[in-house]
Design a protein around this ligand. Structure first.
Ligand SMILES: C[S@@+](CC[C@H](N)C(=O)[O-])C[C@H]1O[C@@H](n2cnc3c(N)ncnc32)[C@H](O)[C@@H]1O
Length: 432
């Protein structure tokens, strides 16, 4: 931690309760989700249901105040990096989804540039608003071609025609109006991307799916209004967030690959790995991936999916056995071989823990002496077979040279068949 940032590790929160009207700081750490972050400045810019609770991360970074950088191997929307940055602690992250990398870098690095040059950023945002309410906007919407959209999502009506035209027009305007400054451009683009699902026929609860007819009754989609409102909240948040800043380095897309530059650099590794059979991270953001130009066609999603660790059925590749096997994991997988009608489920379990070994090995080499790896994870149940993820991860981490030093209950959960499950926090140290 840099000396000039030391005063940030006092007891005052980065986001005191006044910033959250009617929502007191949780005094128990039960049920930690992104819900807590949605209304916090900057964290709420992009609604990522898989995201961490910002205040939980803030407490952990404060508690593990140590030398070295903070690293998140599964960076997602950049909660760990944003908190670290605002505390003046340099950080790094890996993230398989290029759109989520964009979200994280915009929240941390672009936000900082816009804060330093706030008057200039306000002029840029104001030029964008003026254009959006000018006759040029309506002309551009009329002339906007839908061919890119149909190339990407042939025969799929994810949007009303008027709304997808407006989204594309506003995206293009963000690129042109922000063309002199990449940080400003990215902030404008994020304002457009963040409202994309809300302006579509889809919804994202756990997974991206079509809205039912009885959902969001009476909803009126106003794309331009939603983008301008999002931009206003971005401007407001940039004004109120602390100027303290340390950069967040994008280390790699795939945390299973080792990054030489991080060796011996991390004082704290803080992460929320994908849950077993969790979300389909890439597919869930396909609309934003397309709108921001990371894919041109839905077919490219499967290529991006390969960067993701094995955590869902869609990542299980037929005929590619898991690289590493562990006794305790095998015991559960063999049970699943026996009962699961879908043969991919036991392979999912094998692949998940095999990939987690690669991540743990890299993390063990990044940790400084005395450093800690803290992760939150939940257990799972398939066809009546319980997968004690926390226990199995302890075994896998130990094979990577890490020692479990603490396990803490964070929340109680339930499987679909009401079997009690839990969310726990595991803390590891290097074994030697
Ligand atoms: C539970 S989310 C993390 C959310 C994050 N804590 C936040 O606050 O936004 C897990 C993330 O891991 C990413 N991921 C999956 N496989 C990965 C891999 N092999 N390397 C890096 N990131 C990966 C997913 O794209 C997803 O964003």
């Amino acid at each position: 931690m840099p000396a000039d940032a030391a005063n940030l590790f006092d007891n005052s929160s980065l986001f005191p309760d006044e910033t959250l009207p009617g929502k007191p700081r949780a005094n128990s750490n039960l049920g930690l989700t992104f819900r807590d972050s949605k209304r916090l400045p900057v964290h709420g810019w992009y609604p990522y249901v898989e995201g961490f609770s910002a205040r939980y991360i803030e407490d952990l970074v404060r508690a593990h105040n140590s030398d070295g950088i903070v690293y998140d191997p599964f960076g997602g929307s950049g909660t760990v990096n944003l908190i670290s940055s605002l505390m003046g602690v340099p950080s790094a992250f890996s993230e398989a989804n290029p759109f989520m990398r964009f979200v994280a870098e915009t929240k941390v690095n672009a936000r900082h540039i816009a804060r330093l040059r706030f008057a200039e950023f306000e002029r840029c945002a104001s030029a964008f608003r003026t254009w959006a309410y000018s006759p040029d906007f309506h002309r551009s919407v009329r002339e906007q071609s839908l061919s890119d959209y149909f190339t990407a999502f042939e025969g799929r009506d994810f949007f009303a025609e008027k709304d997808i035209r407006e989204l594309q027009v506003l995206r293009d305007a963000a690129r042109v109006i922000g063309s002199d400054n990449a940080a400003f451009r990215d902030l404008l683009l994020l304002a457009v991307a963040s409202v994309t699902v809300a302006c579509s026929h889809m919804t994202r609860r756990a997974d991206l799916r079509r809205r039912r007819v009885d959902e969001y009754k009476g909803r009126v989609v106003d794309v331009r209004g939603a983008v301008i409102e999002k931009l206003a909240s971005i401007e407001r948040d940039i004004r109120v967030t602390p100027a303290h800043y340390a950069p967040a380095l994008f280390a790699s897309a795939d945390c299973r690959q080792s990054v030489e530059q991080l060796r011996g650099e991390a004082g704290l590794i803080l992460t929320s790995p994908p849950y077993l059979n969790g979300t389909s991270y890439i597919r869930n953001t396909k609309l934003e991936l397309w709108l921001t130009g990371f894919i041109r066609s839905e077919r490219e999603l499967s290529q991006l999916n390969k960067t993701c660790m094995v955590c869902g059925i869609s990542n299980v590749v037929k005929g590619r056995p898991a690289e590493h096997r562990f006794g305790a994991v095998e015991a559960v997988a063999i049970e699943l071989d026996r009962v699961s009608p879908d043969l991919r489920i036991p392979e999912l379990v094998r692949g998940y823990f095999s990939d987690m070994l690669s991540m743990f090995r890299n993390c063990a080499s990044y940790l400084r002496p005395g450093g800690r790896l803290v992760l939150d994870i939940g257990d799972s149940q398939f066809y009546g077979i319980h997968v004690p993820t926390d226990i199995l991860l302890g075994e896998v981490a130990s094979a990577a040279g890490l020692r479990l030093i603490e396990e803490r209950l964070l929340a109680r959960r339930h499987s679909r068949d009401k079997t009690p499950l839990k969310q726990v926090e595991l803390t590891f140290a290097n074994a030697h």
